[in-house]
Design a protein around this ligand. Structure first.
Ligand code: G
Ligand code: G
Ligand code: MN
Ligand code: NA
Length: 252
C-alpha cells in the first residue's frame, strides 16, 4: 500500500511523465506514429517501470484518472508535433478498468475535441484481456470508437487467450506482435508465430506492427514476411518530448 500512496501523491503533484517511442513504416522507415509510455521518476534519475506500477494502479482504481491524464498529454503532444509540420498519430495504452467506464468512447471523443485533435491521430492500444472482458460491452465500445474514427490496436498480440474467431469479428485496425515473438528471430518456432500473425493481419485487413525490434536481421525477416510497421530499440527508444523533437528534426 505504501507504493500506491506514493503514486497517488506523485500523480497529484504532477510528477509522472509520458515518454514517446517512434513507430516506423517498414518499407521506407518513414515515421508513422509514436507510442505514449508512462514513466514514474524515482530517486537519483531512475524510473519505476509501468510494468510494475500500472497493475497496482489498476487494482487501486487509480488507473482511470492516470489514463485520462496520459490521453490528455498525448493529445497536447500530437498538436505540438502537428504544428511542427509532423502530423503523426499517437498510440495510448488503455487498461481494462478504463475501457469499462460507462461512456468511455464519448469521453475519448470529448477529450480529443478539447484539444482539437483529429480522431485518426489517436490510437488506443488494448490488450487481449480488454477484448476478452465482457464481450457485449467491449464490442459496443469498439464500434463506437470506430464510428468516431479512433483507431484501435491489439497490444501484446499472441500472449493472451483471445480466440481467432473473436478477433475476426471485432472492429480493429492493427495487431501489435508481442516482443516475445520478435526477440529470437529468425528462430524457427517464434518465426512461425510471427509469420502466422502477419498473414492473419493481412487476411483480416489489419495493419501489423512488430514490437521490440532490435536487430537488422529481425527487421529483414519481418519485411520479408510483409509486416507493415516496426517499433524497437534499433530505431529509437522511448524518450521524453524534447528528445523526440530532436529525433524528428534530425531526420528532416
Ligand atoms: O515502457 P515499458 O516497456 O516499461 O512499459 C511496460 C508496460 O507498461 C507495457 O506493457 C505498457 O503497455 C504499459 N504501459 C505503459 N504506459 C502505460 C499507460 O499509459 N497506461 C497503461 N495502461 N499501461 C501502460
Ligand atoms: O506492452 P507494450 O507494448 O505497451 O510495451 C512497450 C514496452 O516495450 C515499452 O516499455 C518499451 O520500453 C519496450 N520496448 C520497446 N522497444 C523495445 C526493444 O526493442 N527492446 C526491448 N527490450 N524493449 C522494448
Ligand atoms: Mn503498448
Ligand atoms: Na506490447
Amino acid at each position: 500500500l505504501g507504493i500506491i500512496r506514493q503514486l497517488r501523491h506523485d500523480f497529484s503533484r504532477n510528477k509522472l511523465e509520458v515518454w514517446y517511442q517512434p513507430q516506423l513504416a517498414l518499407d521506407d522507415l518513414s515515421l508513422i506514429g509514436c507510442e505514449a509510455l508512462l514513466r514514474w521518476p524515482a530517486e537519483n534519475g531512475t524510473y519505476i517501470s509501468p510494468a510494475e506500477f500500472v497493475p497496482l494502479a489498476e487494482d487501486a482504481g487509480l488507473i482511470v484518472d492516470i489514463g485520462q491524464w496520459v490521453l490528455e498529454q498525448a493529445c497536447q503532444q500530437q498538436k505540438r508535433l502537428e504544428k511542427m509540420g509532423e502530423e503523426i498519430g499517437i498510440a495510448v495504452n488503455v487498461s481494462v478498468p478504463q475501457f469499462k467506464v460507462k461512456g468511455y468512447a464519448q469521453n475519448v471523443k470529448a477529450t480529443l475535441e478539447k484539444y482539437g485533435v483529429k480522431p485518426k491521430n489517436i490510437e488506443l492500444e488494448v490488450t487481449e484481456s480488454v477484448v476478452m472482458d465482457e464481450l457485449d460491452t467491449v464490442v459496443n465500445t469498439l464500434r463506437e470508437l470506430k464510428e468516431l474514427g479512433i483507431e484501435v490496436a491489439i497490444d501484446d498480440f499472441g500472449t493472451g487467450f483471445s480466440s481467432l474467431s473473436y478477433i475476426q469479428s471485432l472492429p480493429l485496425d492493427r495487431l501489435k506482435i508481442d516482443r516475445a515473438f520478435i526477440k529470437d528471430l529468425p528462430d524457427k518456432d517464434t518465426g512461425a508465430i510471427a509469420s502466422l500473425v502477419i498473414s492473419l493481419g493481412a487476411k483480416l485487413g489489419l495493419k501489423t506492427i512488430a514490437e521490440g525490434v532490435e536487430t537488422q536481421q529481425q527487421a529483414q525477416f519481418l519485411k520479408d514476411l510483409g509486416c507493415d510497421e516496426v517499433q524497437g530499440f534499433m530505431y529509437a527508444k522511448p524518450m521524453p518530448e524534447h528528445e523526440l523533437v530532436e529525433f524528428i528534426n534530425k531526420r528532416n
